[in-house]
Design a protein around this ligand. Structure first.
Ligand code: ARG
Length: 289
């Protein structure tokens, strides 16, 4: 008789033994929200009739930058441009793995010019392998890196064709994931890599198609599976250095599950930037050298 293995379910829970965690120093690229505004709406979080407190946005963003530095990480800065109010969401401008830079091609005209600003920055900072993409991709908004895979979102922004382009450029197997809920329009609003070496992630199943949920359950049977209120607080829009997980402070339901897995949750308030549809991760592009 063939041996039947139980199907992997998202509820498989944390691994039995809590692994000991270690932070590794990271390099991040950020862009100050000097010109952040919500004057158009390209995702359901953006309501141009709601005022944005720019001074508060600036303070919240500085807290995030300073927290990274206090944790021993390097933060590089991109110069904000007055005509690009979403530029603070630096994660979308490129994807960098092993020093190779896949530029972005934005889905909406309002953000087109950000891609060029990023490519220019990389050119001026010693990066030599810079690809101007053929297909729409919004950088780390839709690409997430683990040691085994390049997870790639599609459905709202990045074109499925960008997945093949990224696989060829980085030489890493791409796992395409279909996003189905407009509130979670980028992969990084619904999934966060907690430990790339160990292929550990947290995600919100409701953001994905049934097939993609099965793929995630199969690849990551011990994933931290988030509940709706934490996802709706953009709790998955988080950044992990392998130990510290910086995440929106309202996503309180994630704190204990993270601690149980040996991570150290670091709650951040980025409430003003949430009005643009982004939080911790959206403001942070990781430069993997
Ligand atoms: N207003 C921006 C947009 O809709 C927010 C981008 C958020 N970034 C992210 N990595 N999810 O494009």
């Amino acid at each position: 008789m063939p041996i039947r293995r139980p199907a992997a379910t998202p509820d498989a829970g944390a691994p039995r033994h809590t692994p000991s965690r270690r932070a590794t120093p990271r390099r991040y690229l950020m862009c100050a929200p000097d010109h952040f505004r919500v004057t158009y709406s390209i995702n359901p979080w953006m309501d141009p009739s709601k005022p944005v407190d720019l001074a508060l946005a600036r303070t919240q963003w500085e807290d995030l930058r300073d927290r990274y530095r206090a944790l021993g990480h390097t933060v590089e800065l991109l110069t904000p441009r007055p005509d690009l109010p979403d530029m603070v969401f630096a994660a979308n401008g490129a994807t960098v793995i092993g020093g190779r830079v896949l530029g972005a091609l934005f889905a909406y005209r309002e953000r087109y010019a950000e891609a060029e600003a990023h490519r220019h920055w990389f050119g001026a900072h010693g990066f030599t392998e810079i690809r101007e993409p053929e297909h729409v991709n919004e950088g780390e908004g839709d690409f997430a890196v683990t040691s085994s895979y390049l997870l790639a979102g599609r459905g709202f922004r990045s074109s499925p064709l960008s997945h093949g382009e990224a696989q060829e450029f980085f030489g890493r197997p791409v796992i395409g994931l279909d996003l189905v809920d407009p509130r979670y329009y980028h992969l990084d609003t619904a999934l966060c890599v907690l430990d790339e070496a160990g292929d550990e992630v947290m995600y919100y199943p409701g953001a994905f198609s049934a097939g993609s949920r099965s793929v995630l359950a199969r690849l990551f049977p011990h994933a931290l599976v988030a509940r709706e209120p934490d996802a709706a607080a953009l709790g998955l829009n988080a950044v992990s250095d392998g130990l510290h997980v910086l995440l929106p402070q309202a996503a309180t339901g994630l704190f204990d599950p993270l601690r149980e897995r040996g991570f150290d949750p670091v709650p951040m308030d980025l409430g003003e930037l949430l009005k643009g549809g982004g939080s911790v991760k959206c403001c942070t592009q990781e430069l993997r050298l």
